[in-house]
Design a binder for this molecule. Sequence first.
Ligand code: BG6
Length: 485
Amino acid sequence: MVIFGATGDLTHRKLLPALYNLAHEGQLPSSFVIVGFARRPKSNDDFRAELLQGAQEFSRFSPINPAVWDALARGIYYHQSEFGDGAGFDKLGQLLQQIDRDHGTAGNRLFYLATSPADFSQIIVQLGAHRLVQKGGSQRIIVEKPFGRSLETADELNRVLEGVFAEKQIFRIDHYLGKETVQNILALRFANEIFEPLWNQKYVDHVQITVAESIGVEGRGGYYDTSGALRDMVQNHMMQLLSLVAMEPPIALGGEGVRDEKVKVLRSIRPIAPADVPHCALRAQYGRGSIAGKQVAAYREEPKVAPDSRTETFVALKLFLDSWRWAGAPFYLRTGKHLPKQVAEIAIQFKAPPSVLFAAEQCAPLQPNVLVLRIQPDEGIAIRMNAKVPGTTVNIQPVKMDFRYGGSFGARSPDAYERLLHDAIVGDSTLFTRRDEVEASWKIIDAVYEGWQTALPPVSYESGSWGPPEADQFIEADARQWRRP
Ligand code: BG6
C-alpha cells in the first residue's frame, strides 16, 4: 500500500492505527508492505517511529503488542519525492519492484491519495505515465474526500482517474460508510420484519438526519474556507445516510446491488430551484460563544479563514424524494460545527396516532412514535412509544425502548477506516462510492450553491447553541420541530 501524503494527520490518526488494528486482528495479508510517499525528507526509521506513535495514541488495542508492531514495521518504508516529479515516480517503481522481490507482494498495489485534493490529478497522471498501473490490473486506488467541489470538478477528477484505472479499481472513500452503525441501517431495515412495512410516507411523517459537532475547524481553516458544511458534510456523509435510510431493498448485499439502490434515491431527490433555496436550504456561520464552559472564537477569527468569509459552518436542508415510497414525506438534514455536542443520529418520525380513544381523558395530544438510529457517539437504537402511567386515571406518556451496542455486544467496534481499508485490500467496493452516486449528489449540492449566490449571506449563530433562531423557524414553518439529541 502506497500512501501519498504519508506525513499528514490522516495517516497518523486514522490510516496507520487502522492498519495496526487489522494486523492485530490477523486480518492483513502476511506479506503486507506500507510505503509512505511524501515531500519531507525522512528516513525509514523516522517514519516508523512516527507511525508507532500514531498507533500508540489512536489504536483501539492499547498497549501496542510489540510482536505485532515489529512484524508490521519490517514492511514499512518511506519514499521522499515531490508529487509532480517524474524521477520520484520512477524511483517508486524501482522500490516497489524491490519490495516484490523481498516481500513477495507480487505486483499487487493499493495506492491511497491522502494528500491535499489539489495534488490528486497529478499523482494519478504520474502513476499512469510511469506504468505503475495496468488498467484492469491488480492495482487499486483509494481517493480521499473531497471528491471535487462541484459536479464539474468531480467529473474532471473522474475523467483523470478513468484515464488510468478501470472503475472496479477505483475506491472513493466516505468514512461514514465504514461506521458499524451506518452498516447496521440495512440490518435494522432488512433483517427485521417489523419495520419495513411502516417504512414509507403512509406511516412516516418525516425523517431528521442530524450530524452535530462541537469542534470547530481545528486548524483546517485553509481547506474549510473553500469548502463549507454543505460540501464538507452533506454532499458525502449525509447523502450516504439519507440513501441508506431511503433506499429500496437491494437484490443482494454484495456486488452492485446496494449501490444501484442508493443511486436511485439520490436521483429521486427533487432538485431545489433557486427560488426555493431560502425555504429549503438555510446556512449559517458560527460566531463567538462558549462550548463546555470554554470561550471559543468566531469562525472568521480562525487561522487561515478570510475575515469577511461567507462560508457556512451550519446548514439545514429540506429535501423531498419524488419516489413512490417517500412522496410528500420530507427529509430534514442538519449539520454544523461549534454546536453543543458531538452527535449523529437519524430519526424516523412517525405520524401521530388518531387520538380519539384517549382524547377525553388526556389533555396533551399523544406524542408520535420516533425510531432513532444513534450513529455516534452513544451507538444504539431507540424507539419512543406511548404507555399508560400506572394509576387510576388514564395518563399516557412517552417512554423509551433502548438498544446500546456496548451493552449488547461488549467489545469496542472497529474504526471505520479499519473496515474500509480491509475491504479495499480484498477488493470489495460495496462500501465505497460509485461514480454515478458522486455525480447525483453533486447535482443537488450545486443547485443549492447556485441559489445561495444571489441570496443573503449566512446568518450568524452563537457557538455552543443549536444554530441560529432561523433554523428553528425553518422547520417550525412546517409545524414540526428539531429534536434535541
Ligand atoms: C470529515 C469532515 O469528513 O468528517 C470533517 O471533513 C468532520 O469536517 C468529520 O469533522 C466528521 O467525521 P466523524 O467521523 O468525526 O463524525
